[in-house]
Design a protein around this ligand. Structure first.
Ligand SMILES: [Zn+2]
Length: 72
C-alpha cells in the first residue's frame, strides 16, 4: 500500500437540542501524519519515510556536504 502521508480522522459531531433527540453525523477530515524530525527534515509517522524541505537539505543529509550553508 502506498502511503499518502495523511490519514482520515473521523469525528462524531452531535447537534444537541434540549428536549429533542440528539442528532449527529460523522465528519471526516484529512490530517497530515508528518512530523518535524530536525532541521530541514521531516518524516511520516505512518510509514516512516523521511522527507526533506529542500534539495540542498537532502544533499546535506546524504553526503554531509552543506553547499548552500543551511546548517551554519
Ligand atoms: Zn507516509
Amino acid at each position: 500500500m502506498t502511503c499518502s502521508h495523511s490519514r482520515t480522522k473521523q469525528t462524531w459531531v452531535t447537534t444537541n437540542c434540549f428536549g429533542e433527540e440528539t442528532e449527529g453525523e460523522w465528519e471526516s477530515e484529512t490530517v497530515s501524519t508528518t512530523v518535524d524530525l530536525d532541521l530541514h527534515r521531516y518524516k511520516c509517522a505512518q510509514c516512516g519515510e523521511v522527507m526533506y524541505y529542500s534539495g540542498a537539505a537532502k544533499e546535506y543529509y546524504e553526503t554531509g556536504v552543506d553547499r548552500k550553508g543551511l546548517f551554519l
